[in-house]
Design a protein around this ligand. Structure first.
Ligand code: 15L
Length: 277
């Protein structure tokens, strides 16, 4: 079984992905925050990726890296700089020094969030980040391109929409990415023999999508889910109005807000409590 490093593994996307990949890979799971194993093939490694020594330690000897670590929403520049710029550089550079060729970089719909909602975009469009966070994702894509072209690394950039089992609002009808579709795309990123540098959109097969995701389909992606089944319910509870700057653009509130909280925290797993005897 291949050993895969997941950074930022304590976050909601990381936790969902670990549940999906359990039993398929040996998972080395890393985070700055405390982490608990959720399957027996997991190995927990605590790390601060803004330190090169930590990045070198955790990337040693793995077959591929899924680099989720860092800020996952809009926030203050200092935090984004340390986690998403310095941390991202450290992970790519540590991988190169340790001879790890393949990196999956979960970038974001916010790398292109200033495209209007009525425009369909593909993986070749010029980035239009909607936030400091979006800029950090464009940085990661650019770094991946450099490391692919200059050092022969294999970099798979997934511009992720909203990872959740169900869409939480109108905008997320276009960008829902269910955990099983996420797992399928990540598996392609790990296993596909011909990755050099690719950008794909990490979204399900949503009818209302504003992406032409043909590059992912070309690589074999066949998403199972479509948010449309929830559309009626979601639209019925959507509040009227809203900031026009947010409503017109794909990135939504990221286009107008200075801070955005995580909109979809991970649901608590219904852990069966053991009865005390
Ligand atoms: C993202 O990039 C974030 O990581 C996630 O927390 C959501 O905010 C998502 O985008 C979204 O646009 O819904």
């Amino acid at each position: 079984m291949k050993t895969i490093l997941i950074t930022g593994a304590a976050g909601d996307v990381g936790t969902r992905l670990r549940r999906e990949l359990a039993g398929k890979y040996v998972l080395r799971v890393s985070d700055l925050r405390p982490l608990k194993k959720i399957s027996k093939e997991e190995k927990v490694v605590r790390a601060d990726i803004s330190k090169m020594s930590d990045a070198l330690r955790i990337t040693r000897g793995v077959a591929a890296i899924v680099h989720l670590g860092g800020y996952s929403v809009e926030g203050p520049w200092e935090g984004i700089l340390s986690a998403n710029i310095i941390g991202c550089y450290n992970v790519f550079e540590a991988a190169r020094r340790n001879g790890v060729k393949r990196i999956l970089f979960p970038t974001s719909n916010h790398a292109t969030g200033f495209y209007p909602r009525n425009q369909t975009i593909d993986h070749r469009v010029y980035p239009k980040p909607d936030s400091r966070y979006g800029v950090s994702k464009v940085f990661g894509e650019a770094l991946g391109s450099l490391y692919a072209d200059k050092y022969g690394m294999e970099v798979f950039c997934m511009r992720i929409g909203n990872v959740n089992a169900v869409p939480i609002d109108k905008r997320r009808l276009a960008i829902l990415f269910t955990p099983r579709d996420l797992a399928q795309l990540v598996t392609i990123g790990i296993e596909h023999p011909d990755i050099r540098f690719e950008i794909v959109y990490g979204v399900s097969n949503n009818k209302r999508s504003w992406y032409d995701n043909s590059n992912a389909y070309r690589l074999g992606y066949r998403p199972q889910d479509d948010s449309e089944v929830y559309a009626e319910k979601v639209l019925a509870r959507e509040p009227p109005g809203g900031d026009p700057g947010a409503e017109q653009h794909q990135g939504g509130v990221f286009c107008v807000a200075e801070e955005v909280p995580n909109p979809a925290p991970l649901p608590k797993k219904t852990a069966k409590k053991k009865k005390r005897r």
